[in-house]
Design a protein around this ligand. Structure first.
Ligand code: PMT
Length: 399
């Protein structure tokens, strides 16, 4: 999977820099084109001569070549790369990346990179456990970077604990698996719903809910990154889709969402129903603003909206799959299972408002995935981008 891939290998100043040589050799051997970018302190641990001999390219470290004045464009490098891997990543570089401190070529390249970034921390156990390091790593994760967790073992300090850079063989494997997953949904068409629906009361008011669209858009980005063509039927949200393979169909109400889904579903291989659809809408919609003067109470009569997931569930062909969500506050598993059956879904993703960091508006979610065959997989709290990956893995490659 690495053949022909453009990879930036970022090396920072840590003892584990010697392992980067092996990583470079493995990547080159697998057919990747590797551009090494090294920080000034990285050069104190490993020489650019070794790295350029192995990569077949001059190593980039400074913004300019001193004797010729030639400028090294971090922007061009960032656009060239299919992936960037920073191994080892010291606490200092992680801190700079997390906070946008662009005082060297490696961090400026990172900030310009459009490709996925993998970060393999390596440091002493106390530095690794420090709240500032942990916070910076979490920040990088929340920006969508992939953290290659360090292993526990004997460290350069002779102390034993977490902080050893992951072995080069495993890092190369992680990159290879990543590129394999990027192709896995090529040719598939996926319908995804996201966000809330707004049910109008009058021209200035509506019934809505707290859905931000983050979970649905994360699913759309992950599916598109894996090669799928995505039709994203979205209620009113502030999130924007990035991947050009995502076609956004903006809707406002549940009835509009239903129409859009009915139009898209016949061509879809799968549908993922992540929207928080309002179950009810006002029976009447006032044409002009309901005035406060003269009416102390207003009564709203609500009528049930159609169940979009259940409607698609009825229309589903044997070659199509549907994943639904269940947002629960109590009796979670039983309610989720009953929705799975009632709506004729293949899989349901349960998130509970009782779990801190899960559900509406957060950047993270904690889900349990229940399949029609009865398998139940509980996942820890993760960024929504990673939850999206788990959902797609479960829907398309069930164990
Ligand atoms: O958007 P975020 O802020 O990131 O929050 C994400 C989320 C909490 C909205 C998301 O993770 C989630 O749980 N979405 C489903 C919310 C919901 O409406 O759950 P439900 O249990 O009420 O509905 C069950 C399933 O039926 C869902 O797949 C829903 O899309 C679907 N449904 C519900 C009602 C309806 N009239 N039509 C439907 O299709």
């Amino acid at each position: 999977m690495l053949k022909g891939k453009h990879i930036i290998l970022g090396i920072t100043g840590g003892i584990a820099a010697y392992k980067s040589v092996t990583l470079l050799r493995l990547l080159v051997k697998a057919g990747a084109e590797v551009q090494v970018v090294i920080t000034p302190s990285g050069k104190e641990f490993i020489t650019p001569v070794t790295l350029s001999a192995l990569s077949g390219k001059p190593v980039v470290s400074e913004f300019f070549t001193a004797n010729t004045g030639e400028w090294h464009s971090h922007v061009d490098l960032g656009l060239w790369a299919d992936a960037m891997v920073i191994a080892p990543a010291t606490a200092s570089t992680i801190g700079k990346m997390a906070n946008g401190i662009a005082d060297n070529m490696l961090v400026t390249t990172y900030l310009s990179a459009k490709a996925p970034v993998f970060v393999a921390p390596a440091m002493d156990l106390d530095m690794m456990a420090h709240p500032s390091t942990l916070r910076n790593i979490e920040a990088l994760r929340s920006y969508g970077n992939h953290i290659i967790e360090p292993a526990a073992g004997e460290l350069a300090s002779k102390l034993v604990g977490k902080g050893r850079m992951e072995e080069p063989e495993r890092i190369a494997e992680i990159l290879s698996e990543f590129f394999a997953s990027r192709e896995s949904l090529k040719g598939k068409k996926i319908l995804i719903t996201a966000g809330p629906t707004h049910e109008k009361i009058d021209p200035v008011r509506f019934i809505g809910n707290y859905s931000s669209g983050k979970m649905g858009y994360a699913l759309a980005e992950e599916a598109a990154a894996r090669g799928a063509d995505v039709a994203l039927v979205s209620g009113p949200v502030d999130v924007k889709a990035i991947n050009p393979r995502i076609r956004v169909i903006e809707v406002e109400s549940a009835l509009e969402m239903l129409d859009a889904c009915l139009a898209e579903f016949p061509a879809a291989d799968a549908a993922i129903m992540c929207a928080a659809v309002a179950d009810y809408r006002p029976a009447e919609r006032a044409d002009s603003k309901i005035k406060r003067e003269g009416c102390s109470d207003v009564e709203l009569r609500l009528v049930a909206n159609p169940d979009i997931a259940a409607t698609l569930g009825k229309a589903k062909r044997p070659d199509q799959k549907i994943a639904g969500f269940a947002l629960e506050t109590d009796n979670e598993a039983a309610n989720a299972r009953s929705k799975l059956e009632r709506k004729n879904l293949d899989m349901i993703v349960l998130n509970s408002l009782r779990d801190a960091g899960a559900g509406f508006r957060t950047d993270t979610n904690k889900v349990t995935i229940i399949s029609r065959s009865g398998s139940v997989r509980e996942f820890p709290l993760k960024p929504k981008s990673e939850v999206a990956a788990d959902i797609l893995d479960s829907l398309f490659s069930p164990e």
